[in-house]
Design a protein around this ligand. Sequence first.
Ligand code: MGD
Ligand code: MGD
Ligand code: SF4
Ligand code: MO
Length: 696
Amino acid sequence: MQNTATPTHCPYCALQCGMNLTPVPDGGVEVTERADFPVNRGALCGKGRTAPAVLSSSVRLTSPLVRSGGTLVPATWDEALDRIAEGLRRTRAEHGPDACGVFGGGGLTNEKAYTLGKFARVVLGTSQIDYNGRFCMSSAAAGGIKAFGLDRGLPFPLEDIPKTGCVILVGSNLAETMPPSLRFFTELKENGGTLIVVDPRRTRTADHADLHLMPRPGTDLALALGLLHLIVAEGRVDEAYVAERTAGWEEARAAAMAHWPEYVERITGVPVPQLREAVRMFCEPEAAMVLTARGPEQQSKGTDTVGAWINLCLATGRAGRPLSGYGCLTGQGNGQGGREHGQKADQLPGYRKLDDPAARRHVAEVWGVDPDALPGPGRSAYELLDALGQDIRSLLLMGSNPVVSAPRAAHIEERIKSLDFLAVCDVVLSETAALADVVLPVTQWAEETGTTTSLEGRVLLRRQAISPPEGVRSDLEVLHALADRLGVEKGFPTDPEEVFEELRRASAGGAADYSGITYRRLAEENGVFWPCPAADADADAGHPGTPRLFLDRFATDDGRARFVPVSHRASAEEPDDEYPVLLTTGRVVAQYQSGAQTRRVDELNAAAPGPFVELHPRLAARLGAAEGDPVAVVSRRGRAVAPARITTGIRPDTVFMPFHWPGEGRANSLTNPALDPTSRMPEFKTCAVRLETVES
Ligand SMILES: Nc1nc2c(c(=O)[nH]1)N[C@H]1C(S)=C(S)[C@@H](COP(=O)(O)OP(=O)(O)OC[C@H]3O[C@@H](n4cnc5c(=O)[nH]c(N)nc54)[C@H](O)[C@@H]3O)O[C@H]1N2
Ligand SMILES: Nc1nc2c(c(=O)[nH]1)N[C@H]1C(S)=C(S)[C@@H](COP(=O)(O)OP(=O)(O)OC[C@H]3O[C@@H](n4cnc5c(=O)[nH]c(N)nc54)[C@H](O)[C@@H]3O)O[C@H]1N2
Ligand code: SF4
Ligand SMILES: [Mo]
């Protein structure tokens, strides 16, 4: 590879910070500043800065592994690929194609996600594919589609944030989860705008807020309804906008009017004066935004909750107008693109629906197959994992570590162990890979080229900067080799640009239209926002891409946004005498997700060595626990033990655990897989627990 710096993007979160990679003499690579990417302007968090450590052969897989006599032993690529093909073929012969499952990830590039979806439908003929994005932003996606007819996380670039008047940030701890993005919010304040943070914890993000609302976990829906009630009562509805650009206001208004501020205070614990202050701050400026992240979304009513926050924007004319709107802060590196190109159970590339005959015809033609041969929609992620060892007998997993990250993880771990056959492609031996029959070591980020789509809807080119180590192959090479072994010789190219060219055609005319985007444009333009249809043959220049959506019309049939009539409802599991405390879960700055990658980086482990239970001094005193004492957290699903971290920055009725670790401190041993009826999102953000002291 070249010795000069290669401009590329971080392997981790959806901010997709720009960075330069420069090869160093020992064969590794060094991260250097890339100031020309406008999102982070050179700034990186510790994870991005230390990402090259995970390229080192000392922490990663460099040989395929196959299970032999109960243990994983090194094998040749041919041996390992043959074993996988044989496992899948046998399952299909004995139990039918739907007994083969596929599980993907929102960290996979667009090319990989697209190819994985095609592999499932065309090679395996299975409907049983879904991915970890279901656990991530699926409620926001469902809410956005209902209201706007389209789901793109942010309908505007981040650079609009400093220019608006007020931002309500609901359940996002971006100071820890996307640190360089904090700049947009500090600039907002410097410009005279205000920031409202809604979080049951006083996070590093909440420290920057002009107003911090601390609702009881799981009550954001009631909170948003209470704010809408006050907006109506105080005469702050933008009637002209509502009449011109929306539909369904009367029902939504009636639902909100049933949520009196005092009633909402009782549900949420947020005092009425704070509700009034939030309404004043949100309504007074010319423009304002609501941004949600996992706090309100990872609930069994996440879709309705997002709908309620969107209603607030619609009632006040703060959507589809400059510097105003609702947005979701998508999480994973390709969390946006990963949900557009067909690894989701109900979906075909270009954000098309698998049950739409026209979509099936279009994609089948690109794929050179009969539309009737494409399977129908399959199960959602949790339901798929819960069916392992039952209807689903074999699983191919790429880009996720559900043993740590799935809700009710001990149960899911048992389901995974009960499979007839498990194949995992990963860069490291994750806790899930350790259970596999075959593990394939794959190339990552700096060693391969591909595209990702950031939380802004900006399609980006991640470039190869160094050669992969001996013994590893790319996910695309794996899918090509497996397709070949399963009798499909064509249609699974290993060159990412060739895959992207096909993805362009498959997405053409769909909601997420990439047909006007090329690798060359991505390299020259620092990314292109979708939709970007191919320009007419006689047009001079290509389509410029679409940084801002909905300014003229929403993506619904009549161009109007839809209010959703929603009402408060309880969480799937509320505290009772036996389990009197609420558990919520989330992240810390120095670890990423299941920790499979970041737990292999010394500097990050030094900063965040292990799990903890964050609790209020009053709760700690009642329990008799001091700082650092081991505390057992027990739910109806299981038990986890971790040291107490005592802080006044959390509600006294709530404990918080990060979910990055396996073993005794695994937060997901506790979480409740109650699913949202529309998005099928599990309730990661609230369940009932009791606390016990443990002999240390
Ligand atoms: N360091 C780090 N950064 C990451 C990741 C990581 O694992 N580590 N993962 C990436 C991914 S995939 C994602 S999805 C994003 C997630 O980014 P965030 O959504 O910012 O992360 P979380 O910590 O899951 O949740 C955010 C906040 O929600 C609050 N919360 C809990 N329950 C509730 C509730 O009921 N209501 C409200 N309003 N708030 C609540 C928590 O206290 C927490 O502070 O981060 C991305 N960036
Ligand atoms: N309790 C609780 N649980 C949660 C959440 C929460 O807030 N609370 N958040 C949920 C959310 S938002 C998310 S996104 C999920 C994430 O949870 P996971 O799906 O487990 O995410 P990762 O840990 O990122 O797993 C990615 C795996 O793929 C590997 N990998 C990385 N790049 C590649 C690649 O290019 N190819 C292949 N084949 N493998 C690769 C990594 O090494 C890692 O093992 O967790 C969910 N779980
Ligand atoms: S904020 Fe996200 S994209 Fe940026 S360096 Fe950190 S992990 Fe990477
Ligand atoms: Mo996520």
